[in-house]
Design a protein around this ligand. Sequence first.
Ligand code: HEC
Length: 210
Amino acid sequence: MKKIAVLLIITFALLTTCKKDVYNPDICFQENVLPIFVSNCSMGDCHNSQHHKEGLDLTNYDGIMKGVKANHPMLSKVYTTIRGNNPSMPTGGIPKLGTREVNIIKTWINMGAPNSSNCKGCDTTQFAFNARIKPLMDNWCVGCHSATNSGGGYDLSSYNGVVASVTANRLLGTLQHTAGYSPMPKNTSPLSDCDITAVRKWIEAGHPNN
Ligand code: HEC
């Protein structure tokens, strides 16, 4: 009896020490994880609602979770295929993910893969290009709108490129999913109201390079 009790205590101690405290408020599903999948995996006939290769639609939480085992990145297809020196995904000429993106996905899975959003709150008084608009574009849009892959003819990786979409009067309508515009980001739900408001305010302020 005593032996069993000791064994139980040891097992419990091991389990609790192994459980990593990985909570990280900088890693939120909607703002940080989803855009990586949408802008690197959902294009063309890859992983979207029409074409779900390997059974994976990577444009929403439920679809992504089909390739995730919460708390176990090494048992999660969406992580094992993108990690390491020679990852098999993304394929088809799309650049491999950077270490930063791979680590965001790993940490999020280690955190239990929560369906979280707006983890850091929202401040609509911030809409400077470099601090607010550019990171938003880099996160959500540049995978499909870069110099080498300019979806719809727009390269959103630079100030001038973003301004070109404003001058053509195409940016806000696509974000607001207005009739007559291609809804962006493509294949997934609209950005948060907070993000769209920031873009609108920046445009209304004369889209400064600040
Ligand atoms: C998965 C790839 C993908 C993502 C992510 C994406 N786009 Fe697009 N975008 C496209 C493609 C492809 C087109 C060409 C039109 C079409 O196929 O809908 C396009 C077209 C556009 C257009 C022109 C549409 C029009 O009606 O004139 C704008 C502006 C645009 N995108 C902005 C954005 C912005 C801003 C983001 C990020 C918030 C974004 N896109 C994210 C693929 C994408």
